[in-house]
Design a protein around this ligand. Structure first.
Ligand SMILES: Cc1cc2nc3c(=O)[nH]c(=O)nc-3n(C[C@H](O)[C@H](O)[C@H](O)COP(=O)(O)OP(=O)(O)OC[C@H]3O[C@@H](n4cnc5c(N)ncnc54)[C@H](O)[C@@H]3O)c2cc1C
Length: 367
C-alpha cells in the first residue's frame, strides 16, 4: 500500500494510499521529480491530498489535489472504481478537497514536475522582538514574490540545538521558512531583501529537496490542536495580533504560522474544485502542540483566543486540512453553500448511508 511507481517519460507517479510524503518524495526525487506534498514527511499522502494538500511547491505547481490524474477507491458498497476527468468526473471533482467522504482511496496518480534534487531552502531566524519589523517586510513581499518562492512566517521557540546560539535557545524566535523551487542562483537573488533584514541565524542554502521536506518534522507523541483562517489582507493591526500571540504560545512546541497563497493555486478556476477562495492571500494557522496532557487546555485556549482576536481581518473561509473538528458551519465555510450542496449530492450518490464519517463530515443530501 505504500509503493510508489514513477513514470519519468509521462511525468506521473502512482502511489499506494498507505504511503507518507517522505516515501513519495524519496521515490520521485530519484528522477528529479516531485509534486506538491505536505511540509512534514510523516504526513500521509491520502488524507492530505483528499483535503486539498498545501505544501512548499504549491505556488509553482498548485495544491496536491490540483496534480491528481486519477484516484482508485473502494466505495461504500464495496465496488472498486477509478475516478478521473474521464471516469466518474463528478466524484473526481469531489476528491479535490472534499476529504475522505466518498470512499477509501487505495492509490493516487499524480502529475510530477522537475524539482531539485538540490533546492535553495532553510530557515532565517531572528529574536522574536524583530518579528514586528520582519513580519511587515515579509508580508510586503511574500505574496507577490515569484511562484518559485514557497515560504511561511513562523513564531517558534529556539530549540537546544548547536546551530542555535545559546542566548536564543528557549527564546521566542521569528522565522521565515523558505523553499525556492527553481534555479538556486535566482533564489539567492529573490531572498536578498529578506537576508538584508539581518537574520541572526541563516540556515538557508542549497540542500536536497528530500532533506528540507523533513526539516520541520516534529517528534511523535505530541498532543495537537490547530485552527486556521483565510485573510484577503493582513494589515499591520492583524500582524501585531499575530506577533503578540507568537509570544504568548503556552508551550515551547506550539507554533504560530502565516502562509501566503497565490501563484498557481489562484490560477485554478473556482469551479474546478470544491475549495473556495482560491484567490485568498494569507492563511493564519495557530498550531498548538504540547507534550504533557495538563498543558492541553492552555494551548487550545491560546489558539481559540487568537482566532477571536483576528476575526475582524478574516474573510470567513477556511482550509479544512489546517483545522480539527470545529463543526459543520466551518466545513461549509471551506466550500461555500453551493459547492457544499453539490458535495452533499456526490455523497448521496456514493455513500448514501454516510459510512465514511470519521472525517470533516459531509452528510448526504436528502431528496
Ligand atoms: C504534523 C502535521 C503537519 C501537517 N502539515 C500539513 C501541510 O503542510 N499541508 C496540509 O495540507 N496539511 C497538513 N497537515 C494536515 C493533514 O493534511 C491532515 O491531518 C490529513 O488528514 C492527514 O492525513 P493522513 O493520511 O496523514 O492521516 P490519517 O489520520 O490517516 O487520515 C486522516 C483522515 O484522512 C482521510 N483519509 C486518510 N486516508 C484515507 C484513504 N486512504 N481514503 C480515504 N480517506 C482517507 C480520512 O478522513 C481520515 O480520517 C498536517 C498534519 C500534521 C499532523
Amino acid at each position: 500500500m505504500n509503493a510508489v511507481e514513477v513514470d519519468p517519460e509521462r511525468r506521473t507517479a502512482r502511489v499506494g494510499a498507505g504511503a507518507t510524503w517522505g516515501e513519495f518524495d524519496r521515490a520521485t526525487q530519484e528522477h528529479g521529480l516531485a509534486t506538491t506534498g505536505g511540509r512534514v514527511s510523516t504526513t500521509g499522502v491520502a488524507g492530505l491530498t483528499l483535503g486539498g494538500g498545501s505544501g512548499w511547491l504549491e505556488r509553482r505547481y498548485g495544491l496536491a489535489c490540483d496534480n491528481l490524474v486519477s484516484v482508485d477507491l473502494v466505495t461504500a458498497d464495496g465496488r472498486t472504481v477509478t475516478a478521473s476527468e474521464d471516469e466518474h468526473p463528478e466524484l473526481f471533482w469531489a476528491l479535490h478537497g472534499g476529504g475522505g467522504n466518498f470512499g477509501i482511496a487505495t492509490s493516487f496518480e499524480f502529475a510530477v514536475h522537475p524539482v531539485g534534487p538540490e533546492v535553495l531552502a532553510g530557515l532565517l531566524l531572528w529574536p522574536g522582538d524583530a518579528g514586528y519589523e520582519v513580519g511587515r517586510a515579509y508580508r510586503d513581499m511574500a505574496f507577490d514574490a515569484p511562484d518559485e518562492l514557497g515560504s511561511a512566517l513562523v513564531f517558534l521557540t529556539g530549540p537546544p540545538e548547536e546551530f542555535i546560539p545559546v542566548h536564543l535557545q528557549g527564546q521566542t524566535l521569528a522565522a521565515i521558512a523558505i523553499l525556492w523551487a527553481g534555479d538556486v542562483t535566482d533564489g539567492e537573488d529573490a531572498i536578498a531583501d529578506l537576508r538584508a533584514l539581518g537574520p541572526e541565524v541563516d540556515l538557508v542554502g542549497p540542500m536536497p529537496y528530500t532533506e528540507f521536506q523533513c526539516m520541520i518534522d516534529d517528534p511523535p507523541g505530541l498532543g495537537n490542536y490547530w485552527s486556521a483562517d483565510y485573510h484577503d489582507t493582513f494589515p499591520d493591526e492583524a500582524l501585531d495580533t499575530f506577533v503578540k500571540y507568537g509570544f504568548e504560545r503556552p508551550s515551547p512546541v506550539s507554533q504560530q504560522i502565516l502562509v501566503p497563497w497565490g501563484g498557481a493555486i489562484a490560477r485554478v478556476s473556482d469551479e474546478a474544485t470544491p475549495m473556495t477562495h482560491r484567490d485568498v492571500r494569507w492563511i493564519s494557522h495557530p498550531f498548538a502542540m504540547w507534550d504533557v496532557a495538563e498543558d492541553a487546555t492552555a494551548n487550545i485556549d491560546w489558539a481559540q483566543s487568537f482566532r477571536r482576536d483576528i476575526a475582524a481581518h478574516t474573510n470567513g473561509g477556511v482550509y479544512l486540512n489546517f483545522i480539527g473538528h470545529e463543526g459543520e458551519e466551518r466545513i461549509k465555510a471551506a466550500f461555500g453553500d453551493a459547492k457544499f450542496r453539490r458535495l452533499q449530492q456526490v455523497k448521496a450518490d456514493w455513500d448514501p448511508s454516510n459510512v465514511f464519517q470519521g472525517n470533516q463530515n459531509i452528510r448526504p443530501a436528502t431528496s
